[in-house]
Design a protein around this ligand. Structure first.
Ligand code: TRP
Length: 378
């Protein structure tokens, strides 16, 4: 018993705090989610005609009711996708992960996509933030979403303070059924928590019900998101049916680690996080400083090899920047054999990141004039 408690305390995952080395197996047990198994993977592949590297590599690894979503889809009952982002700063590449995946899902399944940018959340939970700042970051983040190439006819970006007329009735329905003791237990709130934060989870629930409202019929919703967001939707799922809606389904991704080799990428750790707005010089500097699995000297590394398993550079490649499995494996092998040293390996990653960012930043610039095509009108 003692031991169990001790290991459980080695890491913490809540929507607002991720600490320690996350044991993803344990987390699924703790949260009570299902693992994405072979059957589900081939179910997706059958419909999509191919798989996505994030599924194949177990980055999207856990779910709730994904099997139901696929069954319904096959019966002709299309789902809507919903995901979101708390605009506390510029978008970093860790955020792009579920979005790149969601874009693939939209392409393959040809479904509606809803994004929620929670300027209210980031205002409430961070004392220093003003609403003006979080709202302006919401618009900045929206440009990144648009730059990824979502279909403007089928993609709706909601900014909480702009679209509250639409969201509020739905948030109220959820808020009426959520009780303080559950919310407190799930999020670890106490008497000093501001009351805005206590209600907030109801606002994050609201878009789960929006596709049903807009279509005037039950629309299943699938939420691809970081596993850290699961607590919100566990609450939503508990109350959805009591207020006349379907429970949202979830597909969880592992969190992209930061460049220092610990925890998750975080906007509050700018030195170890790559933002979509970074210049090639910023990227060079951050990648150069990253934590690697290298040895103390080049000589020793040539002799004994490095350890790609703990290396932030290899992780970045694995999680986002290299979709070719063979290349990922090949670099890992060369690292273990001592055939590639950290300098060269960092150079390869920098190229990947800078190529991606160069294109992304151009599209991001153009997205400035396309906001109206995507921002939810209501
Ligand atoms: N709370 C999320 C964050 O801090 C933002 C968010 C809102 C979200 N709705 C979501 C994330 C739905 C995933 C899915 O980033």
């Amino acid at each position: 018993m003692q031991d169990e408690e001790a290991t459980e305390e080695e890491f913490t995952v809540t929507p607002w705090e991720v600490e320690g080395k996350i044991d993803y197996e344990k987390l699924t047990e703790k949260f009570g989610t299902e693992k994405v198994d072979e059957e589900l993977l081939s179910g997706i592949e059958d419909i999509a005609g191919e798989t996505h590297f994030m599924l194949r590599r177990g980055i999207f690894y856990s779910h709730r009711d994904l099997d139901w979503i696929l069954d319904e889809y096959e019966k002709g009952n299309e789902f809507a996708l919903y995901t979101g982002r708390g605009p506390s700063g510029h978008t970093h590449v860790g955020h792009l992960m579920p979005w790149i995946f969601a874009k693939w899902m939209q392409d393959k399944f040809d479904v509606e996509m809803f994004f929620q940018l929670t300027d209210d959340e980031k205002f409430l939970f961070k004392f220093e933030n003003t609403l003006e700042q979080t709202h302006s970051y919401a618009l900045e983040n929206a440009k990144d979403i648009i730059a990824l190439g979502f279909d403007p006819e089928k993609t709706h970006i909601l900014i909480d303070t702009d679209n509250i007329d639409t969201l509020y009735p739905l948030a109220l329905k959820a808020g009426k059924r959520l009780n303080f003791s559950n919310v407190k237990a799930v999020f670890g709130f106490d008497n000093s928590t501001n009351v805005g934060s206590i209600f907030y989870t109801a606002v994050q629930s609201a878009p789960c019900f929006l596709p049903t409202e807009l279509n005037e019929k039950d629309v299943p919703v699938l939420i691809p998101c970081g596993i850290d967001q699961d607590p919100h939707f566990r609450l939503t799922r508990d109350i959805a049916e009591t207020i006349g809606y379907l429970k949202p389904a979830l597909l969880h991704n592992k969190l992209a680690p930061s460049l220092d080799g610990t925890g998750k990428m975080s906007a509050s750790q700018p030195k170890t996080t790559i933002f979509t707005t970074d210049s090639p010089e910023d990227v060079d500097e951050k990648v150069n400083e990253a934590f690697t699995g290298g040895r103390i000297s080049a000589e020793e590394q040539r002799k004994k090899g490095g350890n790609p398993d703990i290396c932030a550079i290899q992780n970045y490649r694995f999680f986002i920047f290299e979709s070719d499995d063979e290349r990922v494996d090949d670099i890992a092998k060369r690292c273990r054999n001592g055939d590639i040293l950290c300098g060269e390996c960092k150079g390869l990653l920098k190229e990947n990141i800078n190529d991606f960012l160069e294109k992304h930043q151009k599209k991001r610039e153009k997205a400035k004039d396309r906001l109206d095509e995507f921002l939810f009108d209501g």
